[in-house]
Design a protein around this ligand. Sequence first.
Ligand code: BGC
Length: 422
Amino acid sequence: MFTSNHCCYLLPLLWREKGTYYALHLGGTYFRILRVLLGDQRSYLDVQDVERHPIPSHLMNSTSEVLFNFLAFSLERFIEKEENGSDSQGVRRELAFTFSFPVKHTSISSGVLIKWTKGFEISEMVGQDIAECLQGALNRRGLDMHVAALVNDTVGALSLGYYHDPDTVVAVVFGTGSNACYLERTDAIIKCQGLLTTSGSMVVNMEWGNFWSSHLPRTSYDIDLDAESSNANDMGFEKMISGMYLGDIVRRVILRMSEDSDIFGPISPVLSEPYVLRTNSVSAIHEDDTPELQEVARILKDIGVSDVPLKVRKLVVKICDVVTRRAGRLAAAGIAGILKKIGRDGSGGITSGRSRSEIQMQKRTVVAVEGGLYMNYTMFREYMEEALVEILGEEVSQYVVVKAMEDGSSIGSALLVASLQS
Ligand code: BGC
């Protein structure tokens, strides 16, 4: 169903070297910094400090220098606070840079930005080595920190999932954007023919947000949203299933209805503003359990739609339900597609060359999932999980475990850095 559109990771997935490791995660809406302590025992993993901040919106279309100076400054502040004046002279800190955008890797610690997604628009950075940009900014601040790995968020989540449970072979992010990666046999990756890895496997970052097929049920709302976005004709799947866009699809439906009828009263000018309705409001509308739907009324008022009767508020809840249900079901189809590809859907898999026993025996399979949409929007999560069971069937589903992985991408990236030290 999906193909890896640009890169394969070659990761040892072997732990570990005890010590302290840092991770900086540049996602879509937030950036996170954390420090992880690994002890002697395999099970000793202590996430000591986590900072999570919204990415200031002006940075998303600033310059490379402004963005990386800001990240380096934030790291410096984090370290100062956390080391609290203790003598750290001569201590070189190892950093994982979790970068949630499409990258062409040139090594585990370097790679060039292919394109921006999720509303970022710093065109001068496309084609630049992202790790080098961060390292340069750290050096300019005189911070003794080494960018030891450049990691996609899905790969970080897979690493943490694998650390806790070696049956984890797929990781998916449903956040501002969406993407998946999975563990593939090296000989099944056409790009990597002849390449040997000790485990015989590799992590494939699919960048599935860019998946496209004429079979995707695309509506006029999707087409308009795409055409008016900063990355038109790109990331079609992401625009149907991820947190950045669900709110705007709902907004477009309400706007069209209010243009075509008078059920919402006079047309609200606020409703014409792209992205004015956020997905967390869609979730709040959807999950409003007050008898008079007061939360729905409050959110509608914020977007200039006041005093609508209960029956219209119920209609708005229905719109949120339809948009989210479609997203959840498409997301499940994506996961089922991966399981089919690797022979974990009970069918034996698309890739030839699997042994008979591999085909016949359904193995326990863990899918690590991370991202605000999945974590915070219960109805999305329920629709996704329900559809996955529907597609795989009750029997196979018993072997497929979907596991939430909070901060998995950042913690897992730090673990990868630890694995590189050994
Ligand atoms: C990016 C991916 C990322 C995903 C989830 C997408 O927009 O292209 O690299 O993994 O968002 O954060």
